[in-house]
Write a protein that binds this ligand. Structure first.
Ligand code: F6P
Length: 323
């Protein structure tokens, strides 16, 4: 391996820059050339590629977003698009690729790697934490901290006005941000796609328990068709309990931004170094994860299945703590 390519793809996540820095420096440390690919698979196809030296990644560990920019690329979903991407890698003499991204980006990496028998190693970069084979993904902890900051502020208004706040958080089809955000903020409930505890049961808990002993309530709702989102949950509650003073807050993209927390910087640095090691060991078609403090290589097919459990123990914790 003489040259490694690196790109970020899909939604940006805090800590992606720390990962870019780590991959770049670990490769240079091993005497391997690094080529940075801009705008994800889109830039790979169109050839937005630049050789990186150590100074190109100076002072980026603290920055949110991704200096390589990112995109969701429809062209890469087609065999023609992937062939153009492969031709570009050959033309640029890039021998292996590190892809930093979430579920969709690693699914694309998996198809591509199999199709062309080309070495690709993935790093889990997503605030959603929905990749199997790693305890946490790069960006998740910072996003969770952002949610905690925001919900703590909402709590002031909720308790001053005796209101019920329904707060929608991101996560695509996964409830990690909503569930753990609810536990960390002392919220009364979380509505998440993985859990049968749907809006109906929620309303019954509100009427029988929460509202009788507390003067304010906060419910975190994971965005998703299954949950109905915050508006869906709020409408159900308002229909059934018109007396409640209900407000909806959708946190949106503030959850994706900001300087990465220490945990995200550290795991991104560790995973970035391991991605280079994995390539040098001859690994391909795997995502680097950290489980119980140990670095693991997880085949893409397992990582992206979408079956990472939110944890029954955490669901129980919320139920116990919100009485
Ligand atoms: O995957 C990260 C994520 O922020 C999801 O939580 C959310 O559903 C989605 O991306 C939003 O995507 P976009 O920024 O393209 O609207």
């Amino acid at each position: 391996i003489n040259c490694i390519g690196i790109l970020t793809s899909g939604g940006d996540a805090p800590g992606m820059n720390a990962a870019i820095r780590a991959v770049t420096r670990a490769a240079l440390y091993e005497g391997i050339k690094v080529k940075a690919i801009y705008r994800g698979y889109k830039g790979l196809i169109s050839g937005e590629i630049k050789e990186f030296h150590t100074e190109d990644v100076s002072n980026i560990i603290l920055r949110g977003g991704t200096i390589l920019k990112t995109a969701r690329c429809q062209e890469f979903v087609t065999p023609e698009g992937r062939k153009m991407a492969y031709d570009r890698l050959v033309e640029e003499e890039i021998d292996a690729l590190v892809v930093i991204g979430g579920d969709g980006s690693l699914s694309g990496a998996s198809v591509f790697s199999n199709e062309f028998n080309y070495p690709v190693v993935g790093l889990p970069g997503t605030i959603d934490n929905d990749l199997y084979g790693t305890d946490i993904t790069i960006g998740y902890t910072t996003a969770l901290n952002t949610i905690v900051d925001a919900v703590d502020k909402i709590r002031d208004t909720a308790s001053s006005h005796d209101r019920l706040f329904i707060v929608e958080v991101m996560g695509r089809d996964a409830g990690f941000l909503a569930l753990n955000g609810a536990i960390a903020t002392g919220a009364e409930a979380a509505v998440i796609p993985e859990c049968k505890y749907g809006p109906d049961q929620l309303m019954s808990s509100i009427s029988h328990g929460l509202r009788s002993t507390k003067n304010s309530s906060i419910i975190l709702v994971a965005e998703s068709e299954i949950t109905g989102g915050a508006m869906g949950v709020a409408n159900l509650i308002k229909d059934r309990y018109p007396d409640y003073d209900v407000r909806v807050t959708i946190l949106g993209h503030i959850q994706r931004g900001g300087s990465p927390c220490a945990t995200d910087r550290i795991i991104a640095s560790q995973m970035g170094i391991e991605a280079v090691r994995a390539i040098l060991e001859g690994q391909r078609n795997v995502m680097v994860g950290i489980m119980n403090g140990e670095v693991v290589y997880v085949p893409f097919d397992r990582a992206i299945k979408g079956n990472k459990p939110v944890g029954d123990n955490m669901l129980n914790a919320l139920a116990i703590l919100s009485i």
